[in-house]
Write a protein that binds this ligand. Structure first.
Ligand code: HEC
Length: 207
């Protein structure tokens, strides 16, 4: 004969509330799972950087896939200096103002292989009749001296490099270094704010 009733169904066992602990093996298994989940999260969260998104897992990779703006910081420094010191007269497009300010765009003063004449003009200013691209300019305004205002050779080099290299204006002359600026600065220091004339420049630059 078989007894079909389970022990606690038998009248001798009253049902009672009792706590039975989660087996240690299961506890360890959950702990290990949680730990592995954290390791996984850490490896997939892109360093918890809000700018990192799927399917990329680091900021470096995200950066690499962004379209590059292709800006040269030195060129931008030069542009900023131009907009600070020169733009009021020579205009944003470098075209100057007919009858008042000669153009820097495609100017033979600017695009000269040797930047010295242009640097001297910036250091001490320029006055009197001049010829730009074979055209005579005889304006009442004069070009002010900027040697004092732009005392940082790096900044002035960046400015001149920007003006000479601004392809949108049709300029494609070589870059200018801070050393070149310094050399011209030293040579023209004594002249101070006395503007050059075309004639005086020619004499000063004779070999
Ligand atoms: C206040 C107005 C004014 C400002 C600002 C000015 N210039 Fe000029 N610039 C002139 C005038 C006027 C002339 C022509 C002078 C002459 O005819 O003797 C000139 C001439 C020149 C020339 C030679 C002629 C040519 O067309 O290439 C260059 C190069 C030049 N400027 C560069 C600059 C640069 C670079 C800056 C900024 C650092 C600057 N200028 C700021 C008024 C200005």
């Amino acid at each position: 004969m078989t007894n079909h009733s389970l022990p606690d169904e038998s009248p001798e066992y009253e049902p009672a509330a009792a706590s039975s602990p989660v087996p240690v093996g299961l506890q360890l298994a959950f702990f290990a799972l949680g730990f592995l989940a954290l390791i996984y999260l850490d490896s997939q969260a892109g360093g918890f950087n809000g700018k990192v998104y799927e399917p990329f897992d680091s900021y470096e990779v995200v950066q690499e896939v962004q379209p590059q703006l292709n800006v040269d910081p030195r060129f931008e420094q030069g542009r900023l200096a131009y907009m600070t010191y020169c733009f009021a007269c020579h205009q944003a497009d470098g075209g100057g103002l007919a009858g008042s300010y000669p153009p820097l765009a495609e100017s033979d003063w600017v695009n000269d292989e040797n930047p010295e004449r242009m640097l001297r003009v910036i250091m001490n200013g320029l006055t009197g009749p001049i010829t730009v691209n074979g055209e005579a300019w005889n304006v009442s305004a004069q070009m002010p001296a900027f040697g004092m205002a732009i005392s940082d050779n790096e900044e002035l080099a960046a400015l001149v490099t920007f003006v000479r290299g601004q392809k949108e204006w049709g300029n494609e002359a070589s870059e200018v270094t801070a050393e070149e600026v310094e050399a011209v600065r030293n040579e023209t220091m004594a002249r101070g704010m006395t503007p050059w004339t075309e004639e005086a420049l020619r004499e000063a630059m004779e070999p």
